[in-house]
Design a protein around this ligand. Structure first.
Ligand SMILES: *Cc1c(COP(=O)(O)O)cnc(C)c1O
Length: 347
């Protein structure tokens, strides 16, 4: 960690329009620190979707709290605010909102529920760098928001993440706890302007970003808007090519949410999803499933008693969903090849 890291943080904060942006070595680390910064721990419950990557829930377990899975909406696959309401108990302390595929969840509604019950909102924006809610970039509103710069995400540093916040106390906690819990300019201790003396204020973590990662991030950030415009153009090409196919549903764009299209998931209404994946692979087309619901994963079933049937919408969507290739360097003719392959397979 050093000057490049600080420069990247400054650039990212300016891009988002938030007060603080604190880099870390992954979004998982970001989410872990976010929970710790809000003092969430044993005895607390955290409501989150099961339709997410396992990191979102694993960190809840790391701090000793209990993950309470809520169902998703059928249209945007984001956490369902009415199910959040049903799952609030006196032990509930926080809600983790995941912006699925980068399309923002209904933050106004979720924040109003949180305010009424005095809950903290943490945003898992792993997919959502460059995405907007009502004309405002995700990360600007002031909820502790965690981004991922993993290799597949909208912006990459190989591995990496960042936390945005407007709260100076949260920022201070994270600044110290990402680097062993020692005073905030401890990274300078081996340089001319630094000092050998530091104080340990917390038993912190080794979660800092490095200058090597930040050097990538500085230049990736300059290209982010262009990457997203390209993702959106390609996604809209897919939608116009696929929309007319019977038994196939294309993603729903909610008005007022600028969708960065980290993912392009389709739903297969009457074609076996697993067979589809296999047949696509035979045509050299890679696909994936985002996500296997966490309440059906052995760890969460065994330790928290979740079972099939708990989250009907999540389960129905999971059985039909598949993500097809989308990345900025794809050509229009690649999109056409994928769309034509799907069309002939389903007809
Ligand atoms: C990728 C991802 C993460 C974890 O990000 P890392 O940077 O790999 O730790 C968390 N949540 C979601 C929804 C993700 O897709």
């Amino acid at each position: 960690m050093g000057p490049k890291t600080l420069r990247f943080e400054k650039d990212f904060a300016k891009y988002i329009g938030c007060k603080y942006a604190l880099s870390v070595n992954s979004c998982t680390a970001a989410l872990h620190l976010a929970l710790l910064a809000h003092n969430i721990g044993p005895g607390d419950e955290v409501i989150l979707p099961a339709f997410t990557f396992t990191a979102t829930a694993n960190v809840v377990v790391h701090v000793g709290a209990k993950p309470i899975f809520a169902d998703i909406r059928e249209d945007d696959f984001n956490i369902d605010p009415s199910d959040i309401q049903k799952k609030i108990t006196p032990k509930t302390k926080a809600i983790i909102v995941v912006h699925y595929g980068g399309q923002a969840a209904d933050l106004d509604l979720i924040e109003s529920i949180a305010k009424k019950h005095k809950l903290i909102v943490i945003e898992d924006a792993a997919h959502a760098a460059g995405g907007k809610y009502k004309n405002e970039l995700i990360g600007k509103r002031g909820n502790t928001t965690c981004f991922s710069f993993y290799a597949t995400k909208n912006l990459t540093t190989g591995e990496g993440g960042i936390i945005t916040t407007n709260n100076s106390k949260i920022a201070d906690f994270i600044t110290k706890n990402r680097l062993h819990g020692i005073s905030s300019d401890a990274w300078k201790r081996y340089s001319k302007t630094g000092s050998w003396r530091y104080s340990v204020e917390y038993s912190g973590w080794k979660y800092n970003m490095t200058d090597i990662q930040a050097a990538l991030g500085i230049h990736q950030l300059k290209k982010l808007n262009k990457f997203i415009r390209q993702r959106r153009k390609l996604a809209h090409l897919y939608t116009s090519g696929l929309r007319k196919i019977k038994g196939l549903l294309t993603p729903t764009e909610i008005p007022d949410r600028y969708h960065p299209y980290h993912l392009y998931p389709i739903l297969l209404e009457n074609f076996d999803r697993d067979v589809f994946i296999q047949k696509m692979a035979e045509k050299n087309i890679g696909t994936s499933v985002h996500f296997i619901p966490l309440h059906l994963q052995p760890f969460y079933m065994k330790n928290f008693g979740y079972k099939k049937g708990d989250l009907p919408v999540t389960e129905a969507v999971f059985s039909k969903i598949v993500s097809i290739p989308l990345y900025p360097a794809m050509k229009s003719k690649d999109i056409e090849y994928v769309a034509e392959t799907i069309k002939s397979m389903l007809s």
